[in-house]
Design a protein around this ligand. Structure first.
Ligand code: DGY
Length: 436
């Protein structure tokens, strides 16, 4: 069974790999290269085709801007089956944007550092992999430098995101609190996502109005970081985004150590790391909820909801053992009933929970993958194995979809996952989980 599942996963990755040296997340729905998808995909490739893993990351970093920024979507082809495309985003407005590739003017979670570390862990030929890492590690460092220089206006060690699409958790109910502070125009545009996927599983038209409005404001100022910090209605310190940055800092420190000769950069990374972890724990932990939460930097207040991002600090070794125990208790109490698969993307006891709608409740394999390794870090082996087994069971029975119903009984006899089918990171990460 395990071999059959791995074979199917490999077939999906191979079918989604494109001539341009990158992998689409899912045919139809997502026809370009996405930043965090690419990272997770490379981990899957590393298990059976190390050269493809290298290519995926090389192509991603090829689209880096001169200021170190890495965009969230790279539009390698002219494909009008996706909205909003290159003509809407207009990355060329920013003076330092890539001259080679059109892209969005926003980013996505900083996965690249820890992905290189994973590739090193998986690679059989460590010398060859370290040589490869040596050719591009400075680009990843520059990306972190971009974040700490441009996305931390109060010099706290926590970076902000200025758009919900930067978080990766696109339509999380956490953002509803921010939408209440905005009143965007009722834009006219043609959605493409709902031609590929049932609208009940995707964000609403009104949500898209908010998404587009933030981009319009950023474009008015040519994606200038200072202006965005001053004017964007969405400005959030996100625990998932910052946890991934911290995890990637840790990876870069280790990899520079292995490569040698880069004491300056290691020193700077160590300083960033210390401050980031300190502020993360002081500012983002909510003792009443027993979880990490988002902080709305624009409106200067915490957004007090629990979602799967609340547990992601385990992946980056951020909490101490005491706090890790509290996190796991919260997770099991709220998300871990016997009638549920781990781990819902949003608190199932909250009235905003929706088991079918994208990031408002369904289980996501990339979050489970992080949670699995995070729980292992703190030796919660039983819960970690539950997360792994739940992921395998869901994929085996419901298919290689983008997201899954967390209810063990959802009233359907012939279950299927939700969102895009033959989804690359579901395939890539299940290979890793099954081979680990
Ligand atoms: C989408 O189109 O929903 C994408 O996830 C944005 O990154």
């Amino acid at each position: 069974m395990k071999e059959k599942l791995i074979k199917k996963a490999i077939d999906i990755l191979e079918a989604n790999f494109q001539e341009g040296g990158f992998t689409i997340p899912s045919k139809g729905l997502y026809p370009f290269q996405w930043k965090w998808d690419s990272g997770f995909i490379a981990i899957g490739f590393a298990h059976y085709d190390i050269e493809k893993a290298k290519t995926e990351i090389k192509t991603l970093l090829d689209a880096q801007w001169e200021n170190g920024f890495i965009p969230h979507i790279i539009f390698h082809t002219d494909d009008d089956s996706y909205f909003p495309g290159a003509d809407f985003h207009r990355s060329e407005l920013h003076p330092l944007s890539s001259k080679k590739f059109k892209s969005t003017g926003m980013t996505q979670p900083p996965v690249t550092g820890f992905v290189l570390q994973e590739m090193y862990r998986i690679a059989e030929d460590k010398t060859d992999m370290l040589k490869f890492i040596g050719t591009l590690i400075d680009k990843v460092y520059d990306n972190h430098d971009y974040f700490y220089t441009n996305r931390d206006p109060n010099d706290e060690g926590l970076v902000y995101i200025y758009h919900n699409w930067e978080s990766g958790t696109d339509n999380s109910p956490v953002w509803d609190d921010i939408w209440k502070t905005m009143n965007p125009p009722d834009y006219t545009f043609e959605r493409k996502d709902t031609t590929h996927v049932d609208a009940s599983q995707r964000p609403s038209k009104r949500e898209y109005d908010h998404y587009l409005n933030i981009i319009e404001i950023a474009k008015e100022h040519n994606y200038d970081d200072d202006k965005i910090a001053e004017l964007s209605p969405f400005l959030v310190q996100d625990p998932l985004f910052n946890a991934m940055l911290i995890k990637s800092n840790e990876a870069l420190i280790e990899l520079y150590g292995l490569i040698g000769n880069n004491q300056e950069k290691q020193k700077t990374l160590t300083q960033w790391q210390k401050k980031s972890i300190q502020t993360f724990n002081d500012k983002l932990f909510d003792p009443k909820l027993g979880a990490y939460v988002h902080y709305d930097l624009r409106n200067k207040k915490a957004i007090r909801h629990i979602c799967s991002s609340s547990f992601s600090p385990l992946f980056a070794n951020i909490p101490d053992n005491e706090r890790a125990k509290i996190l796991v208790k919260t997770m099991l109490d709220k998300f871990g009933g016997d009638d549920k698969y781990l781990c819902a993307s949003f608190d199932p006891t909250n009235e905003r929970f929706n088991p079918k709608k994208y990031w408002r409740g369904p289980v996501w394999i990339n979050m489970n993958w992080m949670l699995y390794y995070g729980l292992k870090n703190y030796h919660f082996n039983t819960v970690a194995n539950r997360v792994k087994n739940d992921s395998v069971e869901l994929i085996e029975r419901d298919g290689f979809f983008e997201y899954f119903d967390c209810r063990k009984d959802n009233g359907e006899t012939l279950r299927k996952g939700y969102g895009g089918d033959n989804f690359s990171w579901s395939a890539a990460l299940i290979i890793d989980l099954l081979k680990t």
